[in-house]
Ligand binder design. Structure first.
Ligand code: SF4
Length: 266
């Protein structure tokens, strides 16, 4: 095992205390759909066979064009930020402390999309803070990526659902044009989607995360397509050790497609 792998395994909590893959307690991931785990090794190194490109169900052209017909589609970064800050399009505006627009450089080569702010994010106005945020930073660091320099992080929902309940479909629908505009403005090399709700919203599906992860999807934007990889949310990984190895494999898949480091190809 090389030092990079050692750091990754440490960040992901893998190693001597490796648990059996059969011990997962995740209710959303039906084992029948899960990708088969490697027999002996807990996590893939980032050197592996090419992964298949998914023929899943990305948003249709008409759905994307519907976003492009809204006033949001013409906004600059500053206009978008202001619009989110003042937004009252759904009932979540009533319970929020702060909107959570996103963080990271506006020319980041990677974009990470989670589900919705939690209590700490709502209080600070930043996505992926606390324990889950630290785990994410460790995972990114193991890939040679800096959260501030290389990754723009946001959520599908910009306001916290009360009591951390699941997002409602209407809330996702109302908020989605903001995310779509962020993607169009950023034009990252690729999008890493973390968590079931975010994956289902972006891919227009009710499929399990286990059936969506482990392959590359295509997200239509700006007349082209961006590669999109789905994986587990860090908050889930903190409670489900066996799936950390799968998340590491997904991150390696993303790095293989998106590249690593800050330098963007012109
Ligand atoms: S969740 Fe999105 S749509 Fe709802 S109020 Fe907040 S910013 Fe607006």
């Amino acid at each position: 095992m090389n030092p990079s792998q050692q750091r990754a395994w440490a960040a992901l909590g893998l190693g001597p205390r490796w648990l059996s893959r059969g011990a997962s307690t995740h209710e959303h991931d039906a084992p029948a759909h899960a990708m088969p785990a490697p027999a002996n090794e807990p996590a893939d190194s980032c050197a592996g066979p090419d992964q298949p490109v998914a023929a899943a169900r990305p948003p249709s052209r008409s759905e994307v064009l519907a976003h492009d017909d809204t006033p949001v589609a013409a906004m600059s970064w500053s206009q978008l930020r202001a619009a989110v800050q003042d937004c009252a399009l759904c009932g979540l505006c009533r319970g929020r402390t702060r909107t959570v627009f996103g963080s990271g450089a506006q020319d980041s080569p990677w974009m990470i999309v989670g589900e919705a702010p939690g209590a700490e994010e709502d209080a600070r106005g930043e996505p992926f803070v606390g324990q889950a945020g630290r785990l994410l930073e460790s995972m990114l660091g193991s890939l040679g990526l800096s959260r501030d320099r290389d990754v723009f992080i946001t959520n599908v929902l910009k306001c916290r659902p009360p009591g951390n309940r699941n997002p409602e479909p209407d809330e996702m629908r109302q908020c989605e044009p903001y995310l779509h505009r962020q993607i169009a403005l950023l034009q990252p090399r690729g999008i890493l989607v973390m968590g079931r709700f975010a994956a289902q919203a972006l891919l227009r599906t009710d499929a399990t995360i286990a059936s969506l992860r482990g392959r590359v999807h295509a997200y239509p934007v700006n007349g082209g397509e961006l590669p999109m990889v789905v994986t587990y949310h860090p908050a889930y990984l903190l409670r489900n050790l066996p799936d950390k190895a799968k998340a590491w494999a997904d991150l390696c898949l993303a790095r293989g497609r998106f590249g690593a480091g800050a330098a963007r190809p012109d």
